[in-house]
Design a protein around this ligand. Structure first.
Ligand code: UDP
Length: 323
């Protein structure tokens, strides 16, 4: 079978029917692969942790690449093309954030912070502004809105789950991939390698920072996280909300009588420099649903068929998620 991709800790093998097999190896790396070694059982632990967390996200209605678990170190996933940006969500300051802005670690954000990073080891995965990622074609506007709202909703779910097992979700990274059909799915892995988890009571580090900072006991702490996850029996109701804000405007070529009247009135009143007025409308629709490509399609359908008249109007929409 063809290994299509061999990364720092995983191999991806192409299967039939647009599926892949992801094999978790025992290697662990940090600092863009500068520090790398093998830790016995790590592949098994991360595969199991990822399996549990992807199954959890699927259960809460997220669109992920995960299909099934194959064995101790392998899972079967949908084939996707990984997008070149990764999304980091932070509840508390730590890691590169503290270095970049010169702030202490451990400051809790009132609203979780979302950051985009370009996936490029040579450039050391630089932080990128969303506008830059869109203009340089690394993500589309629609993708970036879905990535951000999905990541916020994942944070909502994972924070509650980890809280239940006495762990604080400090931050995490998500990767997204696109299927051949264009569907945007949460991909890669979700494990102690891709998030920061602190013991709730003591602040003890439980995640990959143990390896980065040579604290020792990496496998013991990874195993402890996994064991706690395995012990979760029921899944709490988590009220995930998605909101679409749709702005509808008349096409440039269509006359806008209300806009004309307003323009003349403004000019009469002496407002200087007013050149054109176009009057549009907006709609805000909230759903008690998880953000997903499917929901994004439904919003487009509603905008096309109910909120706007495609013959004379254009619309744009923004998509967000919050409690
Ligand atoms: N992260 C990751 N892969 C990366 C970069 C970051 O999984 O290539 C995770 C990291 O483990 C942490 C979060 O994303 O949970 C934020 O990482 P940060 O930007 O602070 O970078 P770091 O200090 O890990 O280099």
């Amino acid at each position: 079978m063809l290994v299509v991709y061999s990364g720092k800790a995983k191999d991806v093998t192409l299967l039939e029917d647009n599926k892949v097999r992801i094999t978790f190896r025992d290697s662990i790396s940090a600092f863009d692969g500068v520090k790398i070694e093998d830790l016995k059982e790590k592949g098994k632990i991360n595969c199991r942790t990822s399996t549990i967390l992807f199954e959890l996200l699927n259960r809460y209605g997220f669109a992920t690449h995960y299909l099934s678990n194959l064995n101790e170190t392998e899972m079967i996933c949908r084939k996707v093309e990984i997008r070149p940006v990764e999304i980091v969500c932070r509840n508390v300051t730590a890691g590169s954030f503290c270095k970049r802005y010169g702030v202490d670690k451990g400051i809790e954000f009132e609203t979780p912070i979302i950051e985009f990073f370009l996936k490029d080891d040579v450039l050391h995965d630089p932080l990128v502004a969303k506008e830059i990622a869109i203009q340089l074609g690394w993500v589309t506007k629609e993708e970036s809105a879905l990535m951000e709202s999905t990541t916020r909703a994942v944070n909502q779910v994972l924070s509650v789950i980890f809280e239940r097992i006495s762990l604080k979700l400090v931050d995490f990274k998500l990767e997204f991939g696109r299927t051949d059909g264009g569907e945007l799915l949460i991909a890669d892995e979700i494990s102690a390698d891709t998030m920061r988890l602190w013991e709730k009571e003591t602040g003890e580090i439980k995640d990959k920072d143990r390896y980065r900072k040579d604290l020792g006991g990496v496998i013991e702490h990874y195993k402890d996280i996994l064991q706690r996850l395995e012990e979760i029996e029921s899944h709490p109701e988590i009220p995930i909300k998605s909101t679409a804000e749709i702005t509808i405007e008349l096409k440039k070529s269509v006359l806008d009588p209300a806009g004309e009247v307003t323009l003349r009135s403004l000019q009469r009143k002496g407002y200087q420099g007013v050149e054109e007025v176009r009057i549009g409308k907006s709609a805000k629709i909230s759903f008690s649903l998880t953000p997903s490509p499917n929901l994004q399609e439904i919003i487009k359908e509603i905008s096309d068929s109910i909120l706007s008249n495609p013959l004379i109007e254009n619309y744009t929409f923004d998509f967000s998620s919050g409690e």
